[in-house]
Design a binder for this molecule. Sequence first.
Ligand code: SAM
Length: 265
Amino acid sequence: MRFDVVSIFPEYLAPLDLSLIGKARAEGILELVVHDLRSYTADRHRTVDDTPYGGGAGMVMKPEPWAQALEDISAVSAVSDGARPTLIVPSPAGEVFNQKLAYELAGEEHLVFACGRYEGIDERVLDWAASEYTVRPVSLGDYVLNGGEVAVLAMVEAIGRLIPGVVGNPESLIEESHSDGLLEYPVYTKPSSWRDHEVPEVLLSGNHGKIAKFRKELQLRRTSQRRPDLIDALDVSNFSKTDRNVLWDLGYAVVEGRAVRRDNE
Ligand code: SAM
């Protein structure tokens, strides 16, 4: 899989040389190239921004350097016949990034990230790029960053770790938060007794059935407490009687495969 990142601060992406993503790059599992948008400018000042049409505060990124950069990248794209690279445009006005989207994007051959700065990129770039790319404006969440680089660091890490071979033990991807619509259960390590805080007894029992039940209960409790929106979105049609009892205890009834708050019934 190949990632290209275009930014006016290429050095911002240096952390992608570290840890598991850095190792995967070194081993050739994934290829990642960072491009300096300013090297696609034609003037002495290497200008990438200008004032907005229609007025308003801030500056807007000029379209031509983006077109030059994106043309160069699509020209060397090695996507298979009939496919096209995906252009991710980080933006607080995009669809919200989540684990489902990370899995979807991990299945692509070539992702290109266009890091905006200032008030963002001239909108015509997105329309123009649609002839060569599948264009997806994507938001990290409902808040505003100064630039797309931090969003790209997060997205490349979340997508990259789903590529086979990047994370040593693929099992660890299965039980994580958001993999089954729930938050992960709490985790503990040695010592079992630490500063008057004990590890839950059942985890020391060696009884795998009991441990699995206990962990699922904690997942449901934690999710309903911290992210009730995830419980609302859950398909519970295959839930066991035990899981349904936990939901009941948390104030939910199961109605047509969904967990419904009993006070809303
Ligand atoms: N004027 C824009 C708006 O209100 O939608 C915000 C521009 S922001 C200051 C500059 C750049 O930061 C954006 O072009 C985008 O690349 C990035 N950015 C800011 N917030 C983001 C978020 N929540 N998710 C992804 N990228 C974001």
